[in-house]
Design a protein around this ligand. Structure first.
Ligand SMILES: [Zn+2]
Length: 217
């Protein structure tokens, strides 16, 4: 008995610690997140806004020309004194502001200038557009275009686009882009819907795009 126990202890190898086999993959060490003292932001309040096209899908060369003209007009309007003054003096139901919007005209204008789309990282003062032209179905024949909350793309119905002036396309792009900044409106054609940010300012962009503009000083 005693010998047996001695032998067994003599030959018992030290058992190495079992390798840790976690049931779930070891989490990768997260990169240290810098904690900026101020928001990461390349927005220069004085710089002119830019309108830039990212993904462009479904546009022929000729259609692309109209699209380019529209984005140019949109940029001219966004950088105009007329646009700024109209946004800042907007009122709804007898008070400064818009329908379906709690922010003041000043805050709405600041959000537009910052141009932080829900699919981009920075408030860079740049309108970042991904656009798609589509032949929508008969059931959508009255839909000018749309975007969805999770989409980074503005889709336009060719049925409307083909008859659009560039200024109308600029207004349409502005309407859909404003959704990407988080501005909403009633789904149904309510009495107040035209006073929402996307409708009122989309129409404003279209109207201003037709006429001469005064660049922001
Ligand atoms: Zn809309």
């Amino acid at each position: 008995m005693r010998i047996g126990r001695w032998i067994s202890s003599l030959f018992r190898r030290p058992v190495p610690p079992a390798p840790r086999t976690p049931s779930t993959p070891a989490p990768t060490t997260p990169a240290p997140t810098p904690t900026p003292t101020r928001p990461v932001d390349t927005f220069e309040p004085g710089a002119p806004m830019r309108v830039s096209l990212g993904k462009v899908t479904g546009y022929s060369a000729a259609e692309r020309q109209k699209l380019d003209k529209a984005t140019q007009l949109m940029g001219n309007v966004l950088n105009s004194q007329e646009f700024r003054d109209a946004v800042l003096s907007a009122d709804f139901a007898g008070k400064p502001g818009f329908a379906s919007e709690t922010r003041s005209p000043q805050d709405v204008y600041a959000a537009i200038r910052a141009a932080k789309e829900n699919y981009t990282d920075a408030a860079d003062g740049e309108v970042d557009l991904n656009v798609k032209l589509e032949n929508m179905s008969w059931f959508q024949r009255n839909v000018v275009g749309y975007t969805t909350e999770s989409s980074d793309t503005l889709t336009t119905n060719r049925r409307f686009f083909s008859g659009f002036e560039p200024s109308e396309m600029a207004g349409h792009l502005a309407h859909e882009w404003l959704h990407k900044l988080g501005f909403e409106h009633d789904f149904k054609a309510t009495a107040r819907r035209p006073d929402s940010v996307p409708y009122e300012l989309g129409d404003l962009v279209e109207r201003l795009a037709r006429g001469p503009l005064t660049p922001l000083a």
